[in-house]
Design a binder for this molecule. Structure first.
Ligand code: R5P
Length: 235
């Protein structure tokens, strides 16, 4: 099985967590796209659910698939969110935001009773940080915010290059919320909770891609099949 087939297999397993009548958070990215696709098949076969998309891309896909959609204004509490991730560690801390959807993804996941994360086996890592950590910032005061992010990281661990995410034509990548993204190449993140707190305290940071204490199940699609891991009981 190649990586894409592993993602689809994980997504297919995640569909089994969906029950009739559920209010669902619909994730973003190439793995979540498989889930939305498979959920659409179930909906067209008669399953009744309602979804809140975490990005404009997922909104368009879910709508095209015929999945009934709502918003967090109409439906502020969700039963289950299914989403991908860029890295997941054994304590279920994660890096998300490789596709730039982290802010809406975190709001939707936080409004959900459960979050099921679907990944291929390459994303399951011992320590987070090989994937550059996305930090979403408001464009106003960008230079000052960048310095403050650097300092905040320095209070917790050693830093690394911070890079403004750009489109192919050299313009800043703009998120669905109208913000920019700084990718922090940290190499390793030994204390995700402490780093999450430090980054959240920086004015100008709208959200960061560290998701801690949110996922309850991780479904990993590997070359030899699917593995489902339940969140360890925290001490
Ligand atoms: O912003 C994007 C999201 O956090 C994605 O869920 C994450 O980047 C994983 O995406 P993919 O499934 O495409 O690797």
């Amino acid at each position: 099985m190649d990586a894409d087939a592993q993602k689809r297999a994980a997504a297919a397993r995640a569909v089994e967590y969906v029950q009739p009548g559920m209010r669902l958070g619909l994730g973003t990215g190439s793995t979540a796209k498989h889930f939305v696709d498979l959920l659409g098949e179930r909906v067209r076969a008669g399953l009744k659910v309602v979804g809140v998309p975490t990005s404009e891309a997922t909104f368009a896909q879910a709508k095209a698939c015929g999945i009934p959609l709502t918003t967090l204004d109409e439906t502020p509490e969700l039963d289950l969110t299914i989403d991908g991730a860029d890295e997941v560690a054994p304590d279920f801390s994660m890096i998300k935001g490789g596709g730039g959807a982290l802010l809406r993804e975190k709001i939707v996941a936080s409004a959900s009773s459960r979050m099921v994360v679907i990944v291929d086996a390459t994303k399951w890592v011992e320590t987070l940080g090989r994937f550059a950590l996305p930090v979403e910032v408001t464009p106003f005061g960008y230079g000052a915010t960048l310095r403050a992010i650097e300092k905040a990281i320095g209070t917790v661990q050693s830093g690394g290059p911070l890079k403004l995410r750009q489109t192919k034509d050299g313009h800043p990548f703009v998120t669905d919320g109208g913000h920019w993204i700084v990718d922090a190449a940290l190499g390793r993140i030994d204390d995700p909770k402490a780093l999450a707190r430090a980054l959240a305290a920086v004015p100008g940071v709208m959200e960061h891609g560290l998701f801690v204490d949110l996922a309850s199940v991780v479904i990993i699609g590997g070359p030899d099949g699917i593995k489902t891991v339940e969140r360890p009981v925290s001490s």
